[in-house]
Write a protein that binds this ligand. Sequence first.
Ligand SMILES: [Zn+2]
Ligand SMILES: [Zn+2]
Length: 293
Amino acid sequence: MSQLKKYFHRFGYLSETTSNFTDTFDKQLETAVKLYQKRLGLHVTGKLDSDTISTIVAPRCGVSDNSSPHGLHVTRHYAYFNGKPRWVRASPVTLTYAFSPYNMIDRLSVTEIRTVFNSAFNRWSSVIPVSFKETQYETADIKIGFYRGDHGDGEPFDGVLGVLGHAFSPENGRFHLDAAEMWSVDFERDTSKVAVDLESVATHEIGHVLGLGHSSIKEAVMYPSLSPRKKKVDLRIDDVEGVQALYGSNPNFTFGSLLQSENSFNHAIGSETAFSKSLLSLVIGLLILFLCD
Ligand SMILES: [Zn+2]
Ligand SMILES: [Zn+2]
């Protein structure tokens, strides 16, 4: 229980003053569980049910969930950092990025890493009037690197899975990934059960660099957790609305294509349920036939 309290404290659900972290399930912990369930889009029970436990143990981003939800009604939604910071630049806005020459990994080639980041940055620049350009490390707005354990910013990494990465709010630009992860760009090549998709985490952390906090919508790129061997790189309507409220829309962007893909996604889920239901009734039908025989 005290480990759980440390977890809730770390991600912004239990305040420092209540952190005696005893092994009892007290009122403060119940409040923290409720808040966590609300922010993570779970059923709010205040209890450690199986859905809540499996969300807690899932690998996640190291950025605290303690950011301000958008608007007065706290519904399932995107969020910002406190004070809603953003990059303030004369338009057309170009932000530069670079990889730390001393903090890369051997698992992937520099070309692979660059390709993945280029595609992740493009996803965001296709929806807002901001472009990204790779440059020299010393002068870059966004400084990307892979780090191990305690790396000097008070947010130590923890080895395989657990925390995968973190990035700072505007206009800080620090973007850190846990060097201990089995970073992957191709799950067919990397068969490890703990392989983590680099592009998915890169896309998520760029959202933080731009000023987005964590969303409570599970399908959104800005949702805090990501399962191993899962790819989640497509910006959802929630991500797009959140970032456009900070920077405005890219003139070439329309919601049409996005709506269409989300509808076909929902449709696919719907037909899958319908399929398993009809399969179930078929099984029951056969069973009845068998029993009547
Ligand atoms: Zn995050
Ligand atoms: Zn860091």
